[in-house]
Design a protein around this ligand. Structure first.
Ligand SMILES: Nc1ncnc2c1ncn2[C@@H]1O[C@H](COP(=O)(O)OP(=O)(O)OP(=O)(O)O)[C@@H](O)[C@H]1O
Length: 594
């Protein structure tokens, strides 16, 4: 099917929903506001495919920005189904990667940011050292300098414009610490993660030609998960879309705003949607969750939004599981009783359709241990995962592994996709056609010789690192941290490591995940959906946390709501017998009162 036929066919799904159709037909700035499972992402991707085909001419295209690498991965997968791959005309990624690859790497020098010509992205080791040195100069004293890290980041994100008096007066000591820290980084010739959007914004704000250059390349800017994208992105959108003429398609849900601690503010999306020059569309149906779950999700949120399931939708079921014992005992109950019960009731359900979501990564350790003891494979997407799945390099290696473990025969993934992803990762180094050809030749030769799912993962990773990655990464400016991630992962299998080596096939399976239970924090489950969702550790003191402020309680509630609305058919709420979260109690009482 041609790419055009693909999106035209997908658009037919939108047609019966007049609101989705309105957004699909929109001709100017459009903001799509809607609850979970309402087809925001579906509408966004189909609309993007249409705009790419009908509204902009090659080589111009669109940039699509989203919250984190997991969300970017989801968008890439969905756009792939519509025949759209990132590269050339299409940028898909986080605000940090947009800032770095589209603004800072190409334009920092001419934008007058005062960065060294060959600046690099700092590794974690470098940011830690910079903070230590800055702390020694400004704060002094015996405390651990890293305890300042969080406040430092907040302060930097709060003052996008440092020309105001408040930058000097609100917290002078913290301001001095920020300035000393950034000076340390610059001395090392590096920028850190928070620098990326801040410097990109500064470059855009002070250079009208740069705004024009971005508008020339990307006449369309799409933003997914707008409510979580902080003030720097909002300021960029204001400049690019409402002064440089880029067309905006923004999607979000203020009820799913769960990143307040990083500076996100749901008010920004609200303000955007109230502008006269923006067409705002609200979606009301929830296609994902059974009708009971849709009703109960409003109890979970504590607000009546009027969402409903489409006519004829299945019902869905909500189960409550008060448990005895601590997290370890509850995890055993979950793995040894609850999961087998679900599987017995629904023998056709793929294990990969089950997700266990919890409020903090350490709670996931208990679940992971119980799962391993009972022979279940898991895919973890939280801070304690085997490796950070958000890492672009690791994600590409998963694809390479899938190709080596049968993909070369089945076309899943296609070799062209594996090469294109790799070329995107190393794009800085592949300036000429010759460079690209050499990369392609080396990569295929290395992978071709290692098409065996019984190979040791450790050995496979070491050969890819030494033959393909290392010779290139040394010359890349933004991949040092990714390389450290890979080395840390490889070392975990080494003589002093904490993990036993496993076969390549298993690693490739992590990329597909059909027979593995999903383990994730509530935060990392955002934007995803599963057939059966188990919310684990839903306890007072944990969600919300003890001593939470009013704002934190509201955000904890939204987090509960995000988890609750990931489920298609069944949702299980687990908690210590005498200590259910107030959110669980409220859902239960209101369901009983119906
Ligand atoms: N018009 C439609 N007809 C049938 N199914 C649809 C329609 N729109 C969306 N869906 C289905 O509904 C589900 C949810 O869609 P999607 O993931 O796009 O929602 P979302 O609004 O982005 O959700 P969330 O905000 O919770 O991440 C998907 O399985 C999608 O295929």
């Amino acid at each position: 099917m041609s790419d055009r036929a693909l999106y035209l066919k997908a658009a037919e799904d939108l047609r019966p929903n007049d609101k989705q159709w309105q957004a699909y037909e929109s001709g100017g700035h459009c903001v799509l506001l809607a609850g979970p499972g309402s087809g925001k992402t579906k509408t966004l991707t189909v609309k993007l495919a249409r705009m790419l085909s009908e509204d902009v001419e090659d080589p111009r295209g669109f940039a699509c920005i989203t919250y984190n690498n997991e969300c970017a991965r989801e968008l890439e997968m969905r756009l792939d189904g519509l025949g759209i791959a990132p590269g050339g005309r299409v940028f898909i990624g986080t605000v940090h990667s947009f800032s770095l690859t589209q603004i800072l790497l190409p334009y920092a020098k001419v934008a007058g940011l005062g960065l060294p010509d060959d600046f690099q992205v700092a590794t974690r080791r470098q940011t830690r050292a910079a903070l230590e040195n800055a702390h020694a100069k400004v704060i002094k004293g015996p405390e651990n300098p890293q305890t300042w890290d969080f406040r430092l980041g907040q302060h930097r994100r709060r003052f996008l414009n440092r020309d105001v008096d408040a930058w000097k007066t609100v917290d002078p000591q913290l301001t001095r610490l920020v300035e000393a820290y950034e000076a340390e980084l610059r001395q090392m010739g590096v920028i850190d993660f928070d620098d990326m959007p801040l410097l990109a914004l500064r470059a855009l704000a002070t250079n009208a030609w740069l705004r024009k250059a971005i508008a020339a390349k990307y006449p369309i800017l799409a933003v997914d998960e707008y409510q979580d994208l902080g003030r720097a992105l909002h300021a960029m959108v204001m400049g690019l879309c409402f002064s440089a003429g880029i067309r905006l398609f923004a999607v979000g849900d203020v009820d799913q705003s769960i990143y307040g601690f990083t500076g996100a503010n749901p008010e920004l999306l609200k303000k955007l949607s109230e502008r006269d020059d923006v067409e705002t569309v609200r979606l009301g149906l929830n296609y994902r969750c059974g009708s009971q779950i849709v009703t109960a999700s409003e109890y979970a949120l504590g607000e009546a939004r009027g969402y409903r399931a489409p006519d004829g939708a299945h019902e869905g079921t909500i189960y409550f599981h008060p448990c005895t014992g601590g997290y370890a005992a509850q995890a055993r109950y979950l793995i040894e009783q609850l999961i087998p019960e679900i599987r017995a009731r629904r023998p056709d359900l793929n294990v990969g359709e089950i997700a266990i979501l919890y409020p903090a990564a350490f709670i996931g350790d208990e679940v992971a241990t119980a799962a391993a003891n009972n022979g279940y494979g898991v895919i973890r997407t939280d801070g304690n995962a085997l490796y950070p799945r958000g890492s672009r390099l690791m994600r590409w290696l998963e694809q390479c592994a899938m190709w080596c473990c049968g993909g070369w025969r089945s076309g899943q993934p296609q070799v062209s996709r594996v090469i294109a992803e790799g070329a995107r990762l190393f794009h800085e180094l592949l300036a000429t056609d010759d460079d690209r050809l050499e990369f392609q030749r080396d990569l295929i030769a290395t992978l071709w010789d290692r098409r065996d799912d019984t190979l040791s993962l450790h050995d496979w990773l070491v050969s890819l690192r030494d033959e393909i990655i290392k010779p290139r990464i040394d010359r890349a400016r933004s991949l040092a941290d990714e390389f450290e991630t890979l080395n840390t992962f490889i070392n975990r299998f080494g003589p002093t490591g904490d993990v036993e080596d496993f076969p390549l096939g298993e690693f490739a399976g992590i990329g597909t995940g059909l027979d593995r239970i999903n383990l994730s924090t509530l935060h990392s489950a955002k934007g995803r959906e599963f057939d059966a969702v188990i919310l684990f550790g839903m306890e007072e003191g944990r969600l919300p946390r003890n001593n939470a402020s009013d704002g934190e309680i509201r955000e904890a509630r939204r987090l509960f709501y995000v988890g609750f609305t990931r489920a298609r058919h069944e949702i299980h709420l687990m908690h210590g017998q005498h200590n259910p979260s107030r959110f669980v109690t409220e859902v239960q009482e209101r369901l009983e009162g119906e």
